[in-house]
Ligand binder design. Structure first.
Ligand SMILES: *Cc1c(COP(=O)(O)O)cnc(C)c1O
Length: 223
């Protein structure tokens, strides 16, 4: 059995079968992605548009589901709009407007998550609660016909302090619940909490993650 398959199986056997594992393949080769696909993995995460587009074009595999997990600039939405499975990193109304526009051009509905800033670091993108409310309450948002908001995403602080990480994940879960209650109560598609990476996925599972985004412990360290 390949190392990659062993690593994936080891994670899968420790998570609920309703939890989705996104294999974060950024910086890794086409060959590595093929090997991972052959191991049964279907969801792949990339943080750069260009890299995701190149890999999508080279692989030409409609069974692969591509997740955009990194910061997305509005002028790049057009390159991924016809194939992206889920955009995890929506952090403004202007970005959503463009996603809706491009989704409409391709006659599809694009699944999105609202990214929240939960970490104790300036460098991580994301909304705060009030900003998200402003988006959800806006007439513009209500007019979008080609977007589905499926839940929330967040990145915890990069720290060994597991209590801090746990606290940040709890915060994201709370945000999810409040927004669910107020805007998506009977809408089953609003159900995703994307949190947990190689260093903190066990805590994320305990705190209610439904999607894990994991790279290093599947593929080894990026160089
Ligand atoms: C790179 C990345 C990950 C995966 O990180 P690992 O620590 O390698 O598991 C998850 N989420 C985002 C947004 C990333 O950019």
């Amino acid at each position: 059995m390949s190392e990659i398959k062993k690593n994936i199986d080891n994670i899968i056997k420790q998570i609920p079968n309703t939890t989705k594992l996104v294999a974060v393949s950024k910086t890794h080769s086409i060959e590595t992605i093929k090997e991972t696909f052959d191991a049964g993995q279907r969801d792949f995460g990339e943080n750069k548009v260009q890299e995701m587009v190149d890999k999508h074009n080279q692989l030409q595999n409609p069974e692969i589901k591509w997740h955009l997990i990194g910061h997305l600039q509005r002028n790049k939405v057009k390159y991924i709009a016809d194939f992206v499975e889920l955009i995890h990193s929506v952090d403004s109304l202007r970005l959503l407007t463009e996603i809706n526009r491009q989704a409409k051009r391709h006659n599809r509905i694009i699944n999105c998550l609202l990214q929240f800033h939960i970490a104790d670091e300036d460098t991580k993108f994301g909304l705060n609660f009030d900003e998200a409310i402003n988006i959800l309450e806006s007439d513009e948002f209500k007019s979008f016909g080609n977007i589905k908001i499926c839940g929330v995403m967040g990145m915890a602080t990069f720290t060994d302090n597991s209590e801090q990480v746990r606290h940040e994940f709890k915060k994201l879960k709370e945000i999810f619940s409040k927004i669910k209650d107020k805007y998506f109560k009977n809408l089953d598609y609003f159900c995703e909490i994307s949190m947990g990476m190689s260093g903190d996925w066990k805590i994320a599972i305990e705190e209610g993650a439904t999607i894990l985004r994991i790279g290093s412990i599947i593929f080894g360290n990026r160089t």
